[in-house]
Design a protein around this ligand. Structure first.
Ligand code: 5GP
Length: 194
């Protein structure tokens, strides 16, 4: 998606450890018009899928997820990060290792917000090693919900998450696909402007 790629080129900052900082428009300050455009693209890509719910994880996935839910006319559920995995009555939980924070979190969704009648579109800001999305897929499995697919704003295609999701037979649509950070610059898959 050219709009997103252009914005990443303009405002993205490449940090050590293959981390892209996008605090200008996604992870701290949020550009609502850009988030709306991401929502339009996800809803266009998945319009045939009879999606009943958008599922994301707090906090950075919420902005693109909520715009997608608005445009697809379905509720948005965000998994909450918990410090402890005890006292989990009434919750679907999964363990997720955080790429950027290097800690393991338990993520949880109340059982009343996801069930076997749901066809879920998972939305997140970044895809790196696929831990967050795998946790969300595990939660859908616990709820016996169908998964229509995964929508990612920024995929780091050189890391293993994209293959992991596709290997599970799940449709993946990423709006910006980064092939490398060579020379501390962002290079996109298939772009001639690299
Ligand atoms: P994964 O679980 O796929 O390894 O990593 C995805 C999660 O880690 C995303 O939800 C995002 O919050 C965070 N993340 C991974 N890579 C980056 C990155 O390069 N920049 C930022 N800002 N967040 C990232």
């Amino acid at each position: 998606m050219k709009l997103l790629e252009d914005r990443i080129r303009e405002d993205g900052v490449v940090l050590a450890g293959d981390v892209l900082k996008v605090n200008q428009f996604l992870n701290h300050q949020i550009d609502p018009a850009l988030m709306y455009a991401l929502g339009q693209e996800f809803s266009r890509l998945y319009k045939e899928e009879k999606v009943t719910k958008i599922l994301t994880v707090e906090s950075s996935g919420i902005a693109p997820a909520i715009m997608t839910g608005l445009l697809m006319h379905v509720p948005v559920v965000f998994a909450k990060k918990q410090k402890s995995s005890t006292l989990n009555g009434g919750l679907y939980t999964a363990k997720v290792y955080s790429y950027t924070k290097q800690v393991e979190n338990t993520i949880a969704v109340d059982t009343k917000f996801l069930n076997a009648a749901d066809n879920v579109l998972i939305v997140d800001d970044f895809l790196a090693n696929g831990q967050a999305v795998t946790g969300l897929l595990d939660i859908c499995k616990l709820a016996h919900a169908q998964v229509a697919g995964v929508g990612i704003a920024i995929e780091k295609s050189f890391q293993k998450g994209a293959d992991l999701i596709r290997d599970r037979g799940v449709r993946l649509e990423s709006l910006a696909r980064i092939s490398s950070f060579e020379g501390n610059k962002v290079h996109f898959v298939g772009s001639t402007e690299n």
